[in-house]
Write a protein that binds this ligand. Structure first.
Ligand code: PRX
Length: 635
């Protein structure tokens, strides 16, 4: 069976087959990949433990699928096009052959620095080709990568490094994002004060920011490359991996506690990322594909690196941000490389919309054939703007719903093949069996229903565990509803059977497409010495989708509110990173709590949303008067 579905009828047939005969279906799909040895069994699973195994007995290496197998046919074709933050700096192109050489070289560097199969490697790099090279070099030798987004603080990195006991860190002196120069190495130095497991740091030269190198621990990327060059062995044979060997860990926020390390394994993830990429974007040979995400997030893992490369695509990596040096930046890139497929986020679209039509004037969008959106619900206004201004109403928009835990796109139009509907992720991809359930776990059948979104059958790209804590995985995803994976999202299935994701139903915020747990932000705010207690909720934000609203109780001493506000923001930046900074901080004397001491977030959410008229029943509150005070002081 070919990977790409070519008509709506074909979709219906394939979908049907995928539900009736999932194992045959996925085995057919898996035939499109390169295996050292094929599987003995396609699937073994239960959602109770959970225990999920795909393609058991198979042997492979994902980098042979992403690089080696293309060398004969696509060796001289661009694999990665890299556009720097500063448009004045030269761009770079890596052909598949060059990518192969660089990945092998750096894989040898990792080996020389003591990294073996199964070791965990933390990658904290800017969006430069060496980030993709590092990820692939780890996969080449069977090391497990844990990429940490460049916007996270030293404390967040330390937590992640310690959770996975990483042995080695790959970073750069600094990184550029817009007009900012982020001192990555200095941040790593701060983080490593708390990390015993790391004994090597490889530092790439990028920003030429002065750094301190610690003897015996820190080495320069360039020096290490020179060493392997002198040894004169450019090839690094790919390690033979079992289908269920761990490929990577990626940390993501939940409603409680610290971020958890979502674990993805080799074969299932590869098949799922590759299949969904080929299908959703209907990638054609020679097309230039531009995903604007950062490799620090799952979208970058699956749809900048593994998905596109597994399909021999040309993937464009951009170091900067949409508005630097001007809000025409994305469109300049589209024009410069004749981008055919653009995959971005609603928050970026809304931010660019806010500049009006001026930045679009004179730009050539004629190369655009397909568009994609990911990370959060796309509002209809943004959908239409994207459709009209960027796609000239000719480029289908794939509004792709999925999660870090899913490994790849789950519910989405297939570009140009299945229908689109503004604001809707539309229909499940083949192999995906979504169900809506009510509070009691009862499945809501038929159309025109709303409920909590679950998936009732495994798919190859799903998470296998949360690193070091399988029970947490079970509790978070598999215990709310029996025999189902619970997404944490609310969802509507309309009269046509199309899905519209309405947002999280747990205490997780989605700020500019980034997942942030309210508990995490509260913990960070509470670190501030003047803070007694805090409660964080989300509220609708024009650009970010959701903003962070913090209600904060301060201690008895005198406070300058402005100064305290600034200090709290600094604390959050230091503990988590700037992405989690509250947009609004309201100082309050108390929080609405039940007699058992539970904060009634529903009330706080309504006040933050400006809906103070109907707060529902407040009679069970310990101190109902506090609600009036909060209402009066609302920002
Ligand atoms: O609430 C959903 C929202 O983003 C959450 C997943 O976040 P994360 O794991 O960081 O992955 C983001 C990129 C895959 C989901 O639970 N979300 C993601 N895509 C959409 C979406 N909400 C609505 N529509 C989407 N297309």
């Amino acid at each position: 069976m070919s990977l790409q579905i070519k008509s709506f009828d074909n979709y219906k047939r394939v979908y049907d087959y995928s539900v009736k005969e999932p194992e045959h279906f996925w085995a057919d799909i898996a035939e499109n990949f390169q295996w050292r040895k094929k599987w003995d069994k396609v699937l073994e699973w239960n959602f109770k433990d959970p225990d999920i195994k795909w393609f058991q007995g198979a042997k492979l290496n994902i980098t042979e699928n992403c690089i080696d197998r293309h060398l004969n046919t696509l060796g001289e074709k661009p694999a990665i096009i890299w556009e720097p933050n500063d448009p004045e700096e030269s761009h770079r192109v890596l052909t598949y052959k060059q990518l192969h050489d660089k990945v092998c070289q750096f894989a040898n560097v990792l080996k020389n620095n003591g990294i073996e199969k199964g070791d965990r490697v933390c990658i904290y790099l800017p969006m430069v080709p060496e980030l993709a090279i590092s990820v692939l070099a780890c996969a080449r030798i069977g090391a497990i990568h844990s990429v940490v987004f460049g916007g996270f603080s030293a404390q967040s990195i330390a937590d992640r490094i310690n959770d996975a006991s990483c042995k080695l860190v790959i970073t750069a002196d600094g990184g550029f994002r817009g007009n900012k120069d982020i001192p990555l190495k200095a941040i790593i130095d701060d983080a490593l004060v708390q990390c015993q497991s790391v004994n090597k740091v490889i530092v790439l030269t990028r920003s030429r920011t002065p750094v301190s190198m610690i003897k015996g621990r820190d080495v320069w990327w360039e020096d290490e490359i020179r060493k392997v060059e002198t040894l004169g062995n450019p090839v690094c044979p790919a390690e033979e991996m079992d289908a269920e060997d761990v490929l990577f860990i990626l940390y993501t926020s939940g409603s409680t506690g610290k971020p958890k390390g979502v674990v993805h394994t080799t074969a299932g993830y590869m098949v799922y990322a590759g299949y969904t990429f080929a299908n959703v974007f209907q990638y054609q040979p020679g097309e230039v594909y531009f995903c604007t995400a950062d490799i620090g997030w799952i979208t970058g893992h699956s749809y900048i690196v593994y998905g596109p490369l597994s399909q021999g695509a040309t993937t464009l990596m951009f170091e900067g941000i949409p508005t630097y040096p001007t809000p025409s930046r994305f469109w300049d890139i589209v024009e410069k490389y004749k981008v055919n497929i653009l995959y971005t986020a609603p928050t970026a679209i809304r931010s660019l919309m806010s500049f009006g039509d001026e930045p679009l004037k004179g730009k050539d969008f004629s190369s655009i054939k397909k568009l994609g959106s990911v990370g959060e619900p796309i509002n209809e206004e943004a959908w239409h703007w994207f459709d009209e201004k960027i796609g000239d109403k000719k480029a289908p928009i794939a509004d792709t719903w999925w999660q870090t835990e899913n490994g790849g796109i789950m519910i989405s139009p297939i570009a140009g093949v299945t229908p689109t509907k503004p604001g809707y992720a539309t229909l499940p991809l083949p192999g995906i069996q979504p169900v809506l359930v009510d509070e009691n776990g009862k499945e809501l059948e038929g159309n025109d229903v709303s409920g909590n979104l679950c998936i009732k059958f495994p798919w190859p790209g799903m998470l296998r565990t949360t690193y070091g804590d399988h029970e947490r995985c079970r509790q978070t995803y598999f215990s709310t509803y029996e025999n189902m994976y619970f997404t944490g999202d609310g969802c509507l299935r309309d009269e046509d059977g199309y899905y519209r994701i309405t947002g999280r139903v747990d205490d997780v915020l989605n700020v500019s497409g980034h997942r942030i747990g309210t508990a995490e932000v509260e913990n960070a705010i509470n670190m501030h010495s003047d803070v007694v207690e805090s409660a964080v909720v989300g509220y609708p934000h024009e650009i970010k989708g959701q903003g962070v609203y913090a209600y904060v109780i301060l201690g008895q001493s005198e406070h300058d509110p402005e100064l305290t506000r600034k200090n709290i923001l600094q604390t959050v930046t230091r503990i988590i990173g700037a992405i989690a900074k509250p947009d609004k901080i309201q100082f309050v004397s108390g929080l609405p709590k039940t007699r058992s001491g539970k904060i009634m977030r529903r009330i706080l959410r309504k006040i933050a949303e400006g809906e103070t008229a109907n707060l529902g029943d407040t009679s069970t509150l310990l101190d109902p008067a506090v609600v009036d005070e909060i209402k009066t002081g609302a920002l």
